[in-house]
Design a protein around this ligand. Sequence first.
Ligand code: F6P
Length: 319
Amino acid sequence: MKKIAVLTSGGDSPGMNAAVRAVVRKALYHDIEVFGVYRGYTGLIEGDLKPFHLGSVGDIIHRGGTILHSARSEEFKTTEGQLKAVKQLQDRDIDGLVVIGGDGSYRGADKLVEHGIATIGVPGTIDNDIPGTDFTIGFDTALNTIIQAIDKIRDTATSHERTFLIEVMGRHAGDLALWSSLAAGAETILIPEVPYKIEEVIERLERGTRREKKHSIIVVAEGVGSAIKIGEEIKSKTSLEPRVTVLGHLQRGGQPSAFDRVLASRLGAFAVELLLSGKKGLSVGIESNQLVYYSISEVLKRKHTIDETMYQLSHHLSI
Ligand code: F6P
């Protein structure tokens, strides 16, 4: 292996830059040429890549977003688009590719493997929904952003003795909601993995009122549905006047936490090591703080699950 490339794809996440830096520096350490691909698979199809040197990734470890920019490419979902991307790599004699992103990016990486490109996936998404790793890059930072927001909302919720619904990201996964509600001491949590009944939510709120709770915080994962609608339903069935905050994309930005920077550095460097040892089609991760890898196709087949004991705990602690 003489030349590799790296791209970031899908929803950006804090720590992606640290991962790009690790890929580039680890490759250069082993005298491997490395290219940065701009705008994910869109840029790969269009040949928007350039050689990176040590300085290309200087001063980025602490920055949110991704210096490579990101995209969700519709064209790459077609075989024609994939073959254009393969040609861009082959024209430059690039033998290996590191893809940093979430499940959509992994599906793209899997296609590249089928087309003969040695590809390694690095899990980068705030959703923490990639099987085969305890944590994805960006989850910890997003979680901290969320709890800072909930702490602030809690102040005004207490002053006004109000019920608040806070909608957090996570299209198909409740990890951000689960961890943030535990960390912030929310009363109720609604996540896509566990069906809910509005009557039960209301019963919990009323139980809180009976024991003179000054406020209630309900954390809603976006995969459950609109927190605004759920708030309206609660309003129509109770005497409460709930307020709703949708945290939205602010969860995706900001300086990566120390945890995410270290995770990204370890996973990015590990991806390069695997390419250099002739491996391909793998997803890297950490389990019990050990570096691990699984085949990308296996990771895509596995279903992400939440930690049931944590879910139970969130209920037990918010009675
Ligand atoms: O997958 C990461 C994520 O932030 C999800 O939590 C969210 O549903 C989605 O991306 C939003 O995507 P976009 O930025 O394209 O609207």
